[in-house]
Design a binder for this molecule. Structure first.
Ligand code: P6P
Length: 339
């Protein structure tokens, strides 16, 4: 009996490429590059409590948020690996005001990558799960020249791949292409991401709702009515649901993908466009969850259909199990909810 063969990320992406004779393998190589960068970030995250890397760096990013040293390390690692990969023409990051288009060596590459290098960084000090979120687009501009702003302002429905790495009880990379969603767990003894969750699907329904209920006084009536619905006693519909909120989008989304549920960061009286960023948080998660069979809405339309106008624009988001997102939209759009 042959021992069960571990399939590494590298082997899996090469096998996927072989399904398409015309594929050049550049997208697969790019996914491996991102995996390498995140293994380097993982190494620092795992020892964050031991070295003076937790201290606040003092600088602030374009969002006006104080940058932790780990944020900066993660950002610089992703930029450096992608710049040297020759599979990426440029990047845009939550931590950079503008896009970064790479020099001659990489400028003819056909892909660009957007990322949140370390999402949920406020959780670093309390050892809660954090993550890296990434989105990969094929360029719309000529490969003869450098990439340009419009390469980074494409709608999510043009994504080639997207995913995240969660630095949690184990380190996992989950990514989606139009072929499906697959999860890889880091095996530290060999330093490889190994296929552990093939062909991931988001359950059509769930019993968990996830949002910062502390903001509920600022929520619109329809959303408050939906929250009442979640907390109501209804045995046949497994209500009341459980409320789970980690405050790290990657962690809340990973649970939603695996267990089902709904994650909400809505607009409210203080944040009319919500808090989460479209291009490197909401779109990559929306693409992934839709490929896994779920839904992702702004409340009035599909996240992936938004035409971006700014690199760091925000959007409200209702994302997760399709039956739960549909029910939430009935409440917030004041349609007579189905009994
Ligand atoms: P709040 C982390 O700062 C983050 O960008 C997401 O990871 C997370 O879902 C959200 O903000 C948490 O925001 O306002 O509830 O603390």
């Amino acid at each position: 009996m042959h021992p069960r063969k571990l399939v590494t990320l590298d082997e899996f992406t090469i096998q996927e490429t072989r399904k398409f004779p015309q594929a050049t393998g550049e997208l697969s190589a790019l996914l491996r590059d991102i995996g390498l960068a995140c293994k380097m970030i993982n190494k620092q995250v795992r020892k964050a409590g031991l070295v003076d890397i937790l201290g606040k760096h003092g600088a602030t990013n374009v969002q006006g948020e104080e940058q932790m040293k780990l944020d900066i390390y993660a950002n610089e690692t992703l930029i450096s690996v992608l710049q040297n990969s020759a599979d990426c023409a440029g990047i845009a990051s939550e931590e950079n005001d503008e896009e970064v288009c790479f020099d001659e060596y990489s400028s003819h590459s056909k892909y660009v990558v957007l990322f949140d290098p370390l999402d949920g960084s406020s959780n670093i000090d309390v050892n809660a799960p954090i993550g890296t979120i990434f989105a990969i687009y094929r360029r719309t501009t000529s490969l003869a020249g450098h990439c340009r702003k419009e390469d980074f302002l494409q709608p999510g429905n043009k994504l080639m791949a997207s995913g995240y790495v969660i630095y949690g009880s184990s380190t996992m990379m989950v990514y989606a292409t139009r072929l499906g969603v697959n999860g890889f767990t880091l095996e530290p003894s060999i330093g490889e991401f190994c296929l552990s969750h093939p062909n991931m699907k988001c359950p059509d329904s769930g019993t968990i709702y996830s949002l910062n209920q502390g903001n509920s006084t600022r929520y619109e009536d329809g959303l408050r009515a939906y929250l009442e619905h979640c907390m109501e006693n209804n045995k046949e519909e497994n209500r009341p649901y459980s409320h789970r909120y980690i405050g790290s989008m990657v962690a809340d989304m990973h649970r939603t993908l695996i267990k089902g549920g709904i994650f909400i960061y809505p607009s409210d009286s203080k944040s009319p466009n919500g808090k989460l960023r479209l291009q490197y948080e909401c779109n990559p998660m929306a693409f992934l969850i839709e490929i896994a069979g779920g839904l992702a809405s702004t409340g009035t339309g599909r996240i992936l259909d938004i035409i971006p106008t700014e690199l760091h624009q925000r959007t409200p988001i209702y994302i997760g199990s399709k039956n739960m997102v549909t029910k939430a939209l009935e409440f917030i759009n004041q349609k007579e909810p189905v009994a």
